[in-house]
Design a protein around this ligand. Structure first.
Ligand SMILES: Nc1ncnc2c1ncn2[C@@H]1O[C@H](COP(=O)(O)OP(=O)(O)O)[C@@H](O)[C@H]1O
Ligand SMILES: [Mg+2]
Length: 295
């Protein structure tokens, strides 16, 4: 019987909001696997006892990034980790978006302002400020040029906390055409979803946000698939990917651009795509089989 660790975080005192986790655990158990739900930062877990540690919903990592990456590296030494630690390290720092752009992948144009950089902000169009180690739109906000002072305060606050900021034009098409999430699993497209815009005009960077408003199933277009595949091919150590979500928006020219590559802990949205569960289970079991020899 393959032993699989489904890796999440300790949400207490909140309940877990990971809707995929119970579905996945049950489906793996029904397929004959031993699937345990474990916290990544639980020191009592014996990672070597598992054939596979599958990162699922380690949602506190964006404010504990160094600790999390160190855990991934330790865990990946004693068991098969999906995705592998090198990919986790690369993907937890959104400077990867600039790297993808440099090798010709269409991405949302991005400037990086590390702590100490001058607040050089656009004065001709609306823009977004967000951190390089974010998730769930944490610390993200949009600004029109007349709100320069609020933007500078946001930037200063991020820099004080040691975050590098990303500055992007506000992608206007998101208000009408939304953002599309192409989920890959086991090397193939699993499904696609679409969500509406997250950033409300004038909202403060620390306001509560709904991470996936208006989520619905989506049929990926040829153009979306082509951009997603180019992005995935440009990932260092791409052959090690078990899963990947590519988030796309349309640029001013109407062509898809990468907003985010989620290679650490993507929501799989299985409740929207119940037919996907079987394929996920098959891919996870195949991955666990590869890890079997190690434990
Ligand atoms: N340049 C942008 N233009 C328009 N909306 C944006 C932009 N950047 C971020 N957003 C909005 O903020 C959300 C979160 O940003 P994202 O870069 O996906 O980071 P994360 O999901 O890791 O928090 C996006 O889903 C999108 O709705
Ligand atoms: Mg996102």
């Amino acid at each position: 019987m393959p032993r699989i660790a489904l890796v999440t975080y300790d949400p207490l005192p909140e309940p877990s909001h990971d809707r995929d986790l119970p579905v996945l655990r049950e489906a793996l158990a029904a397929a004959g696997a031993g699937a345990d739900v474990v916290h990544w930062d639980d020191d009592t877990v014996d990672w070597a006892a598992y054939d596979l540690a599958l990162i699922r919903s380690t949602w506190d990592y964006s404010w504990r990034t160094a600790e999390f990456v160190a855990w991934a590296e330790r865990c990946g030494k004693v068991t098969r980790l999906a995705n592998p630690a090198a990919i986790v390290r690369w993907n937890t720092d959104k400077r990867y978006l600039g790297e993808l752009g440099e090798v010709g992948v269409p991405v949302v144009s991005t400037r990086y302002l590390p702590p100490g950089a001058a607040p050089d902000l656009p004065d001709e169009h609306e823009y977004v400020i967000k951190p390089t180690s974010g998730a769930g739109a944490r610390y993200a906000a949009r600004y029109t040029p007349d709100r320069h002072e609020a933007a500078v305060r946001h930037l200063a606050r991020m820099h004080d906390e040691g975050f590098t900021a990303m500055v992007q034009p506000y992608v206007r098409s998101i208000d009408t055409r939304g953002e599309r999430a192409l989920q890959f699993f086991g090397g193939r497209l699993l499904h696609a979803s679409r969500k509406q815009a997250v950033l409300a005009p004038g909202a403060a960077f620390d306001a509560q946000k709904v991470a996936h408003p208006g989520l619905e199933p989506w049929t990926a277009t040829e153009a979306e698939l082509a951009v997603a595949e180019r992005a995935l091919a440009a990932v260092p150590d791409a052959h090690g990917l078990l899963y990947a979500r590519v988030d796309l928006v349309d640029g001013e020219d109407g062509e898809p651009r990468v907003m985010e590559l989620e290679l650490v802990e993507p929501n799989l949205f299985l409740f929207l795509h119940p037919g996907s569960v079987e394929r996920v289970v098959a891919a996870v079991l195949a991955e666990a089989e590869l890890g079997r020899g190690r434990s």
